[in-house]
Design a protein around this ligand. Sequence first.
Ligand code: UTP
Length: 470
Amino acid sequence: MGNATTEYASLESRLAPYGQQQALRFWDELNPEQRNHLRDQIESIDLDQLESLISGQDEEQDFESLAASASPPPAVRADGSGTSWTIEDARERGEQALRDGEVAAVIVAGGQGTRLGFDQPKGMFPIGPVSGRTLFHFFADLLIATGERYGAEVPLYVMTSDATDTQTREFFAENQNLGLSAEKIRIFRQGTMPAVDSQTGKLLLSEKDSLALSPDGHGGTVAALVKSGSLDDAKRCGVKYLAYIQVDNPLADLCDPVLIGHHVLSESEMTTQVVRKRYPMEKVGNVVLVDAKVRIIEYSDLPQPAAEATTADGELKLWAGNIAVHVIDVAFLDRMSQTPESLPFHRAHKKVPYIDESGAGVEPKQPNATKFERFIFDLLPSARNAFVVEARASESFAPVKNAEGAETDTASLARAAISDLHRRWLERAGAVVDEGVQVEINPRFSLSPADLDRKIFANLQIESDRYFDR
Ligand code: UTP
């Protein structure tokens, strides 16, 4: 028996018990390099795990009773109520952590951005309403300004995926690391999971020599931080807190001292920033308390009666909407990484292109496949003293998810939100901004509204679009 035949036999015997031999359908047509490629992919799959995910053995939740026992989470509200310490106390504590170099930034940027329909990594999407700066530039400028303010450069960990890694690395290299020190940046790649046909549970092929793989969800951050050595790097540098954001929210409060301060003062292992839901069935994850544990119930899983329940003063009882901004203790993440199964996989029914039995490419019009993803917020129930910090959506949340034309979460809406916020900053400092004029402030010009007072003349008249660069 030749090597290739032995290899085929060994792969087939691996796949056959799971009824997945079709993955080798085109083996005879592949050259040695292609065979190696397919073999490596197949060998990296945990087939036992995949089988139990396909059969759904892992996921049986009774959301009716879960939601019925849910109450609001322990939280500090945007006006500072809910804690024994003040917003100023939190700011001072957070500033101390930043000065002590105890904070690193984690930006997850591995998503495929299918809804946005941008053919490059989302981080490279131009979002500045006047400057046209990309999302990556937004956060780099914020980190530079923060590092200068507190006298300690903030390390940056950027998570990519197979879909975004090469272009992201090139982008940072071509743009001199966006002004950040090279030794403070680590770009690391998350893992993948195979997609299966939703009807049959069979592994899909994207090419004759390739399974249809997709990123394993933002929950893949935990494993990828460890595997890439980034968590060790953080520990070595004395980092205690990871400020986590997703790349597609240009208003995300990355390394905000108040948020970090609330995290430290609450002695929480994981703190999550939320916004107040505007209406019961709003499409955000609901951050709630069940059996003394903070957790998220997705909007699609929240039964209407629980969503609509109100308190005596008429507020929504389950008010806290997830915006995917977290502060996570390094020690907690380290502990959680020892038990990877503590983050469950979720299923998503999606359109996944594949090749059919004849080898012809198929672009499905309807969702055809099941993808498996881990979510970072599933860490919350395991965190001691998990805590919630309310932010105002107009100051902290402008996600870029959808292509133009959609009603929510488009780039134009995000640009308008940035300009509106910066207009309010300018007006607060005494400037007069003409109607219809777009404004944008680089954090290197002013990191906070208070900084503006020292930077601009009172009564400054702004009559045309203006970018306050550094
Ligand atoms: P979304 O779940 O909104 O996905 O990710 P997306 O990839 O941006 O867009 P769609 O759903 O394909 O249209 C939220 C954030 O989490 C990151 C994304 O980069 C985005 O910042 N993410 C998501 C990852 O880093 N890895 C993943 O596997 C999934």
